[in-house]
Ligand binder design. Structure first.
Ligand code: AHR
Length: 506
């Protein structure tokens, strides 16, 4: 029996809705044809954007979407993606060496912002600081945000169909600047940041600038960057962090050992959050710049997704992708991925004072995706259901949870038996529990301190017959949510490899 106490008088911080955000890059099948099917497509769409996807994104109240990359961002010129589509250039894109495809620029700033507005999400643009000068980024901000009729670029935007400003408030200053984004040292990037940030802040005083942060647990990066940044850290609203967990076997046919290995890796995110946050606090920035985990999720070996192989698209496999795997980095998602999603979102909530935004990589047809789509096919993954069942936490006050979360020790991996977070909003307590055991049910006693709960509770559960279960074009609803209601007595049983959300009036 796990005994957990939820402390009504110990608010960690507000659960920023933006921790439930998404990442979309021009890579593989994310845009073409995950999000973008084109206006003339027979697939239902709004102005070329896949309708089913828009509706599902509204259902989960998607708060923010990051674009255009990722590494793609660092070789992207925003001017390629504006104006009449038939006049836009076709370019070698960042990922050409991997998937042999060119970038048609059918999706640019207008289409991306349109997608965000249709979904109800804020756009978050990652600016290219590797191959564009600061002035080009200033111009992009001018194009997006200047009031109608004011500047030459605002008039160009209007000519291209958008009189009113896009109001883009989140701007990334580069992406993975330790790697694809310029291959810099922390010190080098900090000097670049100072230059770009001062120009970008001047272009739009309301813009929130996100500093390119560390990979995984490279805690030195944050120290190196923040040490050199002073006084430019005053123009920073967030420090990014990227955290993928991979190398844990086949995405569909993993072993029990790999189940625990994957979860162990996922839970190590907590250490990365704490270390990076240590530097933010150490440099006195905690009031203005919290962490932005703008790429996270499972990264499995490619080839498990449903898209056809490259040859079926008429494309010769590229040297980096000798097997010609269809959509680059497309992977299937099982209950294991759902478990990682729930445990990660629980972590963000339990560190709500440190994490202000997070965008899962990536939205569709790529890595830890919520959707798989191809032509007329469109399905949700188990991870989508986790976002759906946890959405009531958004905007709530995260409460401290204490107690015995158990310990599972398999081989060399030690993990807690249960992952839990809780929040209150609008007179309701929402608790999410993920049973990390792949074999045992979890009996959980949920004690409430300084909180009175009563009446009927709503129970939502994501469970399956087998941890490898997943959705496919043939069986789109094999893994889906089940809902129930019942008197709240403070005891729940969570089946193995399952996620449960309890909602009760307080
Ligand atoms: O999400 C795929 C890639 O992973 C992104 O382009 C990059 O930022 C990261 O390394």
């Amino acid at each position: 029996m796990y005994k957990l106490t939820i402390h009504g008088d110990d608010v960690i911080a507000r659960v920023e809705p933006e921790i439930y955000g998404h990442f979309t890059e021009h890579i593989g099948g994310v845009f073409y044809d995950g999000i973008w099917v084109g206006e003339d497509s027979k697939i239902p769409n709004i102005r070329g954007l896949r309708l089913d996807l828009i509706e599902k994104m509204r259902q989960i109240h998607a708060p923010v979407i990051r674009w255009p990359g990722g590494c793609f961002a660092e070789a992207y010129d925003w001017r390629d993606g504006i104006g009449p589509r038939e006049n836009r250039p076709t370019r070698i894109n960042w990922w050409r060496n991997w998937d042999g495809r060119y970038e048609p620029n059918s999706v640019g700033t207008h289409e991306f912002v349109d997608f965000c507005r249709l979904v109800g999400a804020e756009p978050y643009i990652a600016a290219n600081i590797t191959s564009l000068p600061p002035l080009a980024i200033r111009d992009w901000m001018d194009y997006c945000n200047s009031p109608a009729g004011t500047t030459t670029l605002a008039r160009e935007r209007e000519k291209n169909g958008a009189r009113e400003p896009f109001g883009v408030k989140y701007w990334g200053v580069g992406n993975e600047t330790w790697g694809g984004g310029g291959n810099m040292t922390g010190e080098m990037y900090a000097h670049e940041y100072r230059k770009y940030a001062v120009v970008m802040e001047n272009a739009d005083r309301k813009a929130q600038l996100i500093c390119s942060g560390a990979d995984h647990d490279d805690w030195r990066w944050a120290n190196d960057v923040l040490r050199v940044l002073e006084p430019s850290y005053k123009i920073m609203s967030g420090l990014s962090l990227h955290f993928y967990c991979g190398a844990a076997g086949d995405p569909l046919a993993f072993t029990e050992e790999e189940w625990y290995r994957q979860l162990r890796q996922a839970l190590d995110l907590e250490r990365a959050i704490e270390r990076n946050w240590g530097f933010v606090v150490g440099y006195g920035m905690e009031k203005r710049a919290r962490l932005v985990v703008d790429e996270w999720g499972c990264w499995h070996p490619g080839g498990s997704g449903p898209s056809p192989r490259m040859k079926e698209y008429g494309i010769e496999p590229a040297p980096n992708n000798p097997e010609g795997v269809g959509n680059l980095f497309e992977q299937q998602s099982t209950m294991r991925d759902a478990m990682v999603a729930a445990a990660t979102l629980n972590l963000f909530q339990n560190h709500a004072e440190k994490v202000k935004m997070a965008t899962v990589a990536q939205l569709v047809n790529n890595l830890h995706c919520l959707f798989l789509a191809g032509g007329e096919h469109f399905i949700t993954t188990p991870t989508y259901h986790v976002f759906d069942m946890m959405k009531d936490h958004m905007g709530g006050d995260a409460l401290r949870v204490s107690g015995t979360k158990g310990e599972i020790a398999r081989e060399k991996y030690k993990i807690p038996g249960i992952s839990c977070s809780a929040s209150v909003k609008d007179g309701k307590l929402t608790i999410t529990l993920a049973n990390l055991s792949v074999t045992e049910s979890a009996e959980v006693q949920l004690a409430l301190s300084e909180l009175n709960a009563g009446g009927e509770a709503e129970y939502t559960i994501l469970t399956a017959g087998d941890p490898h279960d997943h959705n496919s074009y043939e069986e789109p609803d094999k893994v889906t949510l089940k809902r129930d209601k019942g008197a709240y007595d403070g005891f729940v049983t969570v089946p193995p490899f399952s996620v449960m959300t309890v909602r009760v009036r307080i």
